[in-house]
Unconditional design. Structure first.
Length: 460
């Protein structure tokens, strides 16, 4: 079930009023939202629901056992069992095909595996791991099974994040919510901005330049390849930021605050700064549950570089079961190591602008491997950048250039301007806000291509 569809609109128009009607009856509310979330997830494939339930049951049981056990050895064993379950669970469904095909290529064998990847498994598995680890660290007291089940399955974040931690959502599930305190204006603006980014910007770039160029780069000019790379950088930002804006807005209408997931990443002055702004909930997860446990920067320079590389390589593999994703992570890891080795910290305006330009182009170069379906295709894209200048470039249209400009330039809009627009929207009457919302939806529907493609991060 995609957010920008009539199907989801009907689903949410039923879920929202019933949710608020049951607000004072906590058990009934939990049952309702859990059924709604499982229905939302089952829309893709009803069999996936059983996987989600299994993950919920196993992680809750082990988290409670960790909390109740005093012996350090037993706690470590239970934690190891929980992590092994989650990683094994994730590894089988996400990486079985990848490892078997790699084995085939190396050994010349012919194993056949067709394991279907459940939507959102990477996101809810990482949420489960953080839950049991935080319990082991003593930072969290396990919730009731019903609350944990809602936390794990809550449909706004279920299939593509943001990766909400138990410490961020469980306390909200334990206290009553007041509909009068819901910031409806902010929620509407988040949803509209998310729809615009996804339906207008991301889909337009995908259908008008990115998909065609990456499918056959040798048929296109160097200028088209260059703008397809820029276009994909904007597409993936607009696609994923659009999704999370909608998710945060939907959660807000239901009375819940989700953490921010993007903060103008293409204004970053370094790769370190980029990862503080891009997919922020994943960046913090990798830092707290992988980089720091590996030793972080506490064990000398060489081990710090090792930890950075391992974190980014595994972060790349998390995104997809292909060696191209590992290379993508490796490029970011190497860049982070170089920045740390050189002490790159731009402070003057000129250095910051140089940093922005360099960072953006390193990120765009890495996106080539993220988008390409093979190393050969990535090599074709890179080679074509240098071999077809002067050839006709019909795909570099005004609308493509405008979409790229809006996608990148919009990130330089000052927060004060966004706050002023939000404040102005709040001052409108309910009828005025509804009219603005309706007009915006009609404009988005008019400007966007026919049909809505799935969000890119659904396959991660």
């Amino acid at each position: 079930m995609l957010f920008p569809t009539v199907t989801f609109a009907v689903f949410f128009m039923i879920v929202l009023p019933v949710s608020w009607a049951l607000m004072r009856h906590e058990s009934a509310w939990r049952a309702w939202i859990l059924v709604a979330s499982y229905f939302f997830y089952a829309w893709w494939d009803w069999r996936f629901v059983f996987l989600l339930v299994a993950s919920t049951v196993v992680n809750h049981v082990l988290a409670v056992a960790i909390h109740r056990t005093g012996a350090i050895g037993a706690r470590k064993a239970l934690l190891a069992l929980a992590i092994a379950f989650d990683l094994g669970f994730l590894g089988y469904f996400k990486y079985a095909n990848f490892f078997l095909s790699t084995t085939d290529n190396v050994a010349g064998t012919s194993f056949i595996a067709h394991v279907v990847l459940p939507v959102g498994i990477s996101f809810y598995s990482f949420m489960a791991i953080s839950y049991v680890v935080d319990t082991y660290r003593g930072e969290l007291v396990p919730a009731s099974f019903a609350r944990f089940a809602v936390f794990q399955a809550f449909f706004p974040h279920l299939v593509a994040g943001p990766i909400v931690r138990a410490s961020e959502l469980l306390p909200q599930l334990a206290r009553p919510r007041d509909p009068r305190q819901v910031d409806v204006s902010r929620a509407f603006l988040l949803i509209v901005s998310g729809l615009f980014l996804k339906v207008v910007i991301a889909n337009h770039l995908a259908t008008n330049i990115v998909d065609e160029v990456f499918a056959a780069p040798n048929r296109h000019s160097s200028l088209e390849v260059l703008f397809a790379i820029y276009g994909y950088a904007v597409q993936i930002f607009a696609d994923f930021c659009g999704y999370t804006n909608i998710a945060i807005g939907i959660a807000l209408l239901l009375g819940f605050e989700f953490p921010q997931n993007f903060a103008s990443p293409y204004t970053a002055v370094s790769l370190q700064d980029f990862w503080r702004r891009w997919h922020m909930t994943l960046s913090r997860w990798l830092r707290d549950y992988l980089y720091i446990p590996l030793g972080g920067n506490r064990k000398g320079r060489v081990l710090t570089y090792r930890n950075l590389m391992l974190t980014m390589l595994l972060g790349g593999l998390w995104h997809g079961a292909a060696w191209t994703f590992v290379v993508w992570g490796g490029i970011h890891g190497l860049g982070l190591c170089v920045e740390r080795a050189t002490g790159w910290r731009p402070t003057t305006p000129a250095a910051q602008w140089l940093g922005r330009i360099l960072t953006f182009h390193v990120v765009c170069f890495a996106w080539i491997f993220f988008r390409a379906d093979s190393f050969a295709r990535a090599g074709d894209v890179i080679a074509r950048l240098f071999t077809a200048w002067g050839a006709p470039s019909p795909l570099v249209t005004t609308s493509v250039l405008l979409a790229i400009l809006v996608g990148v330039g919009g990130q330089y809009v000052r927060p004060g301007a966004v706050a002023a627009v939000t404040a102005g929207f709040r001052r409108l009457s309910v009828a005025g806000q509804a009219a603005c919302f309706g007009i915006s939806l009609m404009l988005i529907n008019t400007l966007g291509p026919v049909g809505v493609s799935p969000f890119i991060y659904f396959r991660f």
